[in-house]
Design a protein around this ligand. Structure first.
Ligand code: HEC
Length: 450
């Protein structure tokens, strides 16, 4: 008898589990008057919110639900507080903290100093192809998640309650709802029971199928929600993730900051109450600026060759990213490091196995001559010159080697133009390389164009 009732209970439990139902999350999925639940904008159980104070939680819960529900939500949020969480958290900040320095220039100089102290092999002058290959290997071996940068990533939350400077959309939470949380509940609960990369991708696929995106602002919210999924996945599993979700949502947040800096919030459909809460008439442009570069950098960490994010040539070349590194900084030391790594990635990227090596320094090598844009600080300038000269030599040796072996080239004219800029810069800093440059240009001229 006892056994049968036990079996009945077990069957009921399994059935409940197979429907992905877990009654303890009911309050989390309960919709407020606007049809929004906590799960519409936060992770499946709010793991990322566990570090917020009781007062912050109560204040935010009161916006959506009466007290009885709030008590149940609090029950869900109780649990181990993730090590890194709360008000000041800047999720996924590489190396755990922003490099010190009051201005972008100071922090860019600190970045170059870090390269010198942690990776001195990157500054050892390259003399030949083996030297170029050693540089390439060294730059590829750097863990981008651990390399501190001077660019502050966005905080997890920005609530105007904490002060005027916190009235910003430059944070990780979606401002508007883009999907019905009931429709995603089964996948979310399956993921919560077994937080594997596979189940995360499953949530994302379903989300993309059910999301309704009818404005640029909604597009931003959807991208933010997807970034949040990756972050909370790391909190939950306790390990860095290299899951690249379709279209690279980190990059998409940066793209929003690039595309709409001059837009009128009304035309991109920011709801009136959000525009007011976020002081958009006063600081809209600053908020978009804060949404640009940090998310481009994060997007790049998840796709360092920039070949898996989008088919757009501007993205693959890193055009807007380079522009933002100089315009929103300047972070020119970060820029040459990023480009060196991105170029080094080419030959190990399977997508590139049959594609000739291509020099591509985007805006780093156009417009205003590089000597005029170098760091002003003497120590930083010396490191910048060594790193840049090595980066150019790596690219030239790799290109020359490829041309010698295959006699095929991509975009020969733009590459030759860039090589002329390299020649000028290397001459200007007293480190000319006429032999390597002339022989590479000659091979480039006679190569078959792909
Ligand atoms: C429409 C999307 C949305 C929904 C629904 C939502 N939130 Fe949030 N939440 C946000 C945003 C956006 C922020 C960042 C601060 C801001 O913009 O006001 C935030 C911030 C928070 C914070 C941090 C506040 C701080 O002090 O920085 C907490 C805690 C929180 N939410 C809890 C909840 C809970 C609990 C629910 C469900 C009852 C919920 N939220 C529902 C979007 C949402």
């Amino acid at each position: 008898m006892v056994l049968t009732s036990w079996l009945v209970a077990l069957v009921a439990l399994v059935a409940a589990g197979s429907q992905g139902r877990n009654s303890s999350l009911d309050a989390w999925f309960l919709k407020d008057g606007k049809g929004q639940s906590c799960a519409s904008c936060h992770s499946v159980d709010g793991i990322e919110l566990r570090g917020f104070s009781e007062a912050d939680l109560s204040r935010r819960m009161a916006r959506h639900h009466p007290n009885e529900v709030a008590a149940k939500i609090r029950g869900i949020l109780l649990g181990k507080v993730p090590a890194e969480s709360g008000l000041e958290t800047r999720p996924l900040q590489p190396g755990g903290a922003v490099l010190a320095g009051a201005t972008a220039v100071d922090r860019d100089n600190a970045f170059l100093a870090q390269i010198k102290s942690k990776f001195p092999e990157l500054l050892k002058p390259i003399q030949d192809l083996p030297g170029a290959l050693a540089f390439q290997k060294a730059v590829l071996s750097i863990d981008l998640r651990q390399l501190s940068i001077g660019i502050p990533l966005n905080r997890l939350s920005e609530d105007g309650f904490h002060g005027e400077s916190h009235r910003s959309i430059a944070n990780w939470f979606p401002d508007v709802v883009t999907f019905d949380s009931d429709q995603l509940r089964v996948e979310l609960e399956k993921y919560r029971a077994d937080p594997s990369d596979f189940n995360l991708a499953d949530v994302d696929n379903k989300l993309l199928a059910i999301a309704t995106v009818n404005s640029p602002f909604a597009e931003l919210s959807l991208a933010k929600y997807r970034c949040l999924m990756v972050y909370q996945h790391e909190l939950r599993t306790g390990r860095a993730s290299n899951v690249l979700l379709k279209g690279n949502p980190f990059w998409l947040v940066g793209e929003f900051g690039r595309t709409y800096p001059d837009a009128d919030p009304v035309t991109i459909r920011v709801p009136e109450e959000i525009a007011a809460a976020k002081a958009m008439p006063q600081t809209y442009k600053d908020q978009l600026r804060e949404l640009r570069l940090p998310w481009f950098w994060l997007g790049w960490i998840f796709d360092p060759s920039l070949t898996k994010t989008s088919l757009s040539k501007e993205t693959v070349r890193g055009d807007y990213f380079c522009r933002s590194l100089e315009g929103d900084g300047p972070y020119i030391g970060h820029e040459i490091f990023m480009l060196s790594r991105k170029l080094a990635e080419q030959t190990r990227n399977p997508l590139y196995a049959k594609i000739p090596f291509e020099i591509q320094y985007s805006f780093f090598l156009t417009n205003i001559p590089l000597v005029e844009r170098e760091p002003k600080d003497a120590a930083a300038k010396a490191i910048f010159r060594q790193l840049t000269a090595n980066s150019f030599r790596m690219s030239l040796f790799l290109l020359r080697d490829d041309l010698t072996r295959t006699n095929r080239a991509l975009h020969a004219v733009p590459q030759a133009n860039q090589i002329q800029y390299m020649r000028k810069y290397l001459e200007a800093i007293g480190s000319p390389e006429p032999g390597l440059i002339d022989s590479t240009l000659k091979l480039l001229k006679s190569a078959k164009i792909n």
